[in-house]
Ligand binder design. Structure first.
Ligand SMILES: C[S@@+](CC[C@H](N)C(=O)[O-])C[C@H]1O[C@@H](n2cnc3c(N)ncnc32)[C@H](O)[C@@H]1O
Length: 280
């Protein structure tokens, strides 16, 4: 555990507050200076210790749960590799990439739906695994839109390394302001999707949230693509461990009828939406 910028700011603020309090007391009631400064210093030290305790407790909680989660992801990897035959080393999963349990559900969905067209927002290891599943099913194409030109090129190279060019296309789609619902949002440039056929499976795992603090960043996905979804389409949404993604899914369910939601207990709590009935 190292000192963050926030820690330094907090310590300087506490030292400043104690110093200011001592100056004020010295000018108003000099006899009280020593007890007030001592009390304020003790309070400042207790505050720092409490913050340390809270952070250590968080780390303890995380390390207590990590072995269980690691075990579950290894289990999911075994299932995954029983479903797809990977012919080249894969890039790392987890972190910014999908976790093995998500990948397992993605491949299972492709085997179940046998989609003619899969659309993905946010390329990476998921692109390769979906490509393998499509290749094995003997039909279907994946179009993966990627905001970062450099990363799109990396994914394209990986697609070629894995021999998946016949069923995967990575399209660079820079983020731009789009209108979705009542508001403007930053999302992929949908110009690149003008020739998109009907989508049977839509994977929502982008844009990357980390550098863009905007709320409900991935909300435009369904309002913009809903008219292009086939009647039995499924939408696979990653990162629902974050409140933002959970709220987006709830918003979609209110605004678009006819979806059934399966909220999983995967590492990043991905949600599967299935279009079941006549929709509005
Ligand atoms: C949540 S990630 C998409 C992950 C992708 N679906 C996968 O399974 O790897 C969203 C964006 O983060 C960016 N990114 C940067 N480094 C990455 C990495 N190591 N793995 C995946 N995405 C990365 C890409 O621009 C990507 O579109």
């Amino acid at each position: 555990m190292s000192l963050t910028r926030m820690d330094v700011i907090m310590m300087l603020a506490l030292a400043g507050a104690v110093g200011a309090a001592s100056l004020i007391v010295q000018s108003l009631a000099p006899a009280w200076t020593v007890p007030v400064v001592a009390g304020a210093s003790v309070a400042a030290v207790l505050l720092v210790l409490f913050d340390l305790y809270r952070r250590l407790l968080g780390m303890l909680h995380e390390s207590h749960h990590a072995p269980g989660q690691n075990y579950r992801q290894i289990e999911a990897l075994f299932s995954l590799f029983s479903l797809v035959r990977v012919e080249h080393p894969l890039p790392a999963m987890r972190g910014p990439a999908v976790s093995p349990d998500f990948a397992c559900d993605l491949v299972s969905l492709i085997r179940e739906i046998r989609p003619a067209c899969v659309l993905e927002a946010g390329s990476g290891v998921s692109t390769l695994l979906a490509g393998y599943a499509l290749k094995a099913s003997g039909r279907g194409r994946l179009i993966s839109i990627e905001e970062d030109a450099g990363f799109a090129e990396i994914t394209r190279r990986r697609v070629a390394d894995h021999g998946l060019q016949s069923c995967v296309t990575v399209v660079h789609a820079p983020l731009k302001t789009v209108r979705a619902g009542a508001h403007e949002h930053l999302w992929y440039d949908t110009e690149v999707l003008k020739d998109l056929p009907e989508v049977d499976l839509f994977i929502v795992d982008g844009p990357r949230q980390e550098n863009l603090p905007a709320r409900h960043l991935r909300y435009p996905a369904l309002p913009l693509l809903f008219p292009r979804l086939s009647r039995g389409a499924a939408v696979l949404v990653d990162d629902c461990h974050r409140a933002d993604e959970r709220e987006i899914v709830e918003r979609w369910l209110r605004e678009f009828t006819g979806f059934e939601a399966e909220r999983t207990w995967g590492e990043k709590r991905h949600t599967i939406l299935r279009r079941r009935h006549q929709v509005s």
